[in-house]
Design a protein. Structure first.
Length: 236
């Protein structure tokens, strides 16, 4: 199932959702087995902001019958902390690294894009304009004009692929595939291969797994295997 995503060769279409799989912690627990059987074809980092963030005060994660509700608030070490502590370890993963970034202004996002765009360890960047738990996600991500202005600002700063993580607060998210010809990453509620297949049928090029990895750290591998069997037995 090898595929090309924006010039990046991936072994299959299953990746992780940003912030839902801690590859560094997982490697400490599972050791080299994680490297040998990494559950995703690319790894998307949790969000990096220029300055460190504590995130929202607890409680900030609730389990419900249908999944998880969270208001994490993007805790992270900040740009310099990420460069000093995390980037080297993540570069050892056997898959391409996609770094997710967020800033409260176009200039702050531009600084992050420029910095990571110069790092050979980074294959692509994901712009987080989707998070409803921080101010930026509600202002920048909910306004198409603001999103377009952000892209105008940062696109010239790197030749690496830019993924724009859009808000789900829209009338019909699958309609995006009908409006554009660029690759799309589908996510939300993916627990089994059939869910991944449905997103691909709706127009997604890749499928991101989120909450299911909390229950099953190897969910990406299982979902990929189930998807491959479904596609082998029927037309997409």
């Amino acid at each position: 199932m090898t595929l090309d995503f924006c010039g990046i060769e991936l072994a299959h279409p299953i990746i992780n959702g940003s912030g839902t799989f801690d590859a560094i912690a997982a490697r400490r627990v599972f050791g080299e087995e994680l490297i040998d059987r990494f559950p995703f074809s690319a790894f998307v980092s949790k969000t990096v902001t220029r300055e460190p963030r504590e995130g929202n005060p607890p409680p900030r994660l609730w389990e419900i019958p249908g999944g998880l509700i969270n208001s994490i608030g993007l805790p992270n070490k900040g740009l310099q902390g990420y460069l000093d502590d995390d980037l080297g370890e993540l570069a050892l993963l056997p898959v391409p690294l996609i770094v997710n970034v967020m800033g409260s202004s176009r200039d702050l996002v531009a600084e992050l894009v420029r910095t990571f765009g110069e790092r050979h360890e980074v294959a692509a960047l994901e712009l987080n304009v989707s998070c409803p738990n921080v101010h930026t996600g509600l202002t920048m991500g909910a306004d198409p004009t603001e999103v377009a202005a952000l892209l105008d600002r940062v696109r010239p700063l790197t030749e690496k692929p830019l993924i724009v993580k859009l808000t789900p607060n829209a009338t019909d998210v699958p309609a995006v595939a009908q409006a554009v010809s660029i690759p799309i990453v589908g996510m939300g509620g993916v627990q089994r291969g059939v869910h991944a297949r449905d997103l691909i049928r709706a127009g997604a090029s890749l499928v991101a797994v989120g909450t299911e990895s909390f229950r099953d750290p190897a969910a990406g591998l299982r979902i990929h295997a189930e998807l491959a069997e479904l596609l082998a037995n029927s037309a997409v």
